[in-house]
Structures are given as C-alpha cells and as structure tokens.
Write a protein that binds this ligand. Structure first.
Ligand code: MN3
Length: 197
C-alpha cells in the first residue's frame, strides 16, 4: 500500500492572485509529488512499507539513520496539511472557537497576525510557520526544513509553507508580502476550527 499524493482540494487557479496557478502547478505537481515518490522508494521492502504516514513519521523521527525517510514523509504530511489550510476567499478575522482562543491567548487578532507573520519571516532558510496546540495551549511555532509538530507531540492547527518554492514565482524574495497575502486572504478558518475539535 503506497503513500499517495492527495489531489489539491480546489482548482489550480482558485488561490490566484495571492498564490498563482503556476506556483501550485510546481508546488503540488512537482515538489509535493517528488516527496511522495521519494518516500515510496525509500520505504519499499522495509518494515515501514504499509504503515500509515503518521506511523512512518513517528518511527523515523526516533532514528537518525532514517533521516531521509523522515524528511520525505514529514514533507508529504506538511504539504497535504498546508493545502487544506488554504481556500479561495479565506483569511481575515476568524469566527468560532478558534477566534475566542486566539483572543484569549494573544490578546487580539492583530497581535496573533503579528506573531504568526514574525514566525514565518524569522524562520532562517526553509521551513514552516505553525499555529499548534500544546496540550490545551495555543502556540505559534516555526520548524526548519521538513520538521513537523507531529514529531514533537504537538497538534497542528494551521501552517504556512515558507520554503522559497512556496512563493518565489509570485513574490520573488518578498516572503513578508506572501505571508501577509496568505493570512489576509487564504486561511481556511473552517479547517482550523475543525482541527481544534
Ligand atoms: Mn513546499
């Protein structure tokens, strides 16, 4: 049972102009697909073949000899999660339980945005900005390269990919502009609320 590349949950042009169809074509069709293909090659014939993606990540995270498997498996998971964090006409001030929890934790939506954006901007090199649950506490974190909250006992609620391949075609080196555009226009708060539950 191989690990599959999930379909994007929207059309390739759905996130335009904030994330172009061209970016999604490469990001999903080339980068995400390559992680899936590499992972399937690496686990073929090993004791991890047939395990779930989450099981593979947790197993490989404990073993430095499985760094290649961890990196590809975590990148498959992170990207599948990232696509679901975005939607057409999303973003802006959330509603529901996440809104209350954001206000209680950060003081205001604006302060939350400042901290999330700061996590993305200050992630040196490639990585991810996250909103996670640490027990019942809401936290903003960042991870380098393929690293993922799942490997640290944290529950992911929301992520933004800050690898250059996520924004370079649309924003070149302007990572802060990409982060602002995603937060203001694309976050799927329904998905984030569902992750809280
Ligand atoms: Mn990516």
């Amino acid at each position: 049972m191989a690990i599959n590349l999930p379909e994007l949950p929207y059309a390739k042009d759905a996130l335009s102009p904030y994330i172009s169809a061209n970016t999604l074509e490469f990001h999903h069709g080339k980068h995400h697909k390559a992680y899936v293909d590499n992972l399937n090659k690496l686990i073929a014939g090993t004791d991890l073949e047939g395990k779930t993606l989450e099981e593979i990540i947790l197993n490989a995270a404990k073993d430095p000899a499985k760094a290649g498997i961890f990196n590809n498996a975590a990148q498959v998971w992170n990207h599948s999660f990232y696509w679901k964090c975005l939607k057409q006409q999303g973003g802006g001030v959330p509603k529901g339980a996440i809104a209350d929890k954001i206000n209680a934790t950060f003081g205001s939506y604006d302060k939350f945005v400042e901290e999330l954006k700061n996590a993305g901007v200050t992630q040196f090199g490639s990585g991810w900005a996250w909103l996670v649950l640490d027990g019942t506490d809401l936290k903003i974190t960042k991870t380098p390269n393929a690293d993922t909250p799942l490997a640290h006992g944290l529950k992911a609620l929301l992520t933004i990919d800050v690898w250059e391949h996520a924004y370079y075609l649309d924003y070149q080196n302007r990572r802060p502009d990409y982060l602002t555009a995603v937060i203001s226009n694309l976050i799927n708060w329904d998905f984030v609320n569902a992750n809280l539950g």
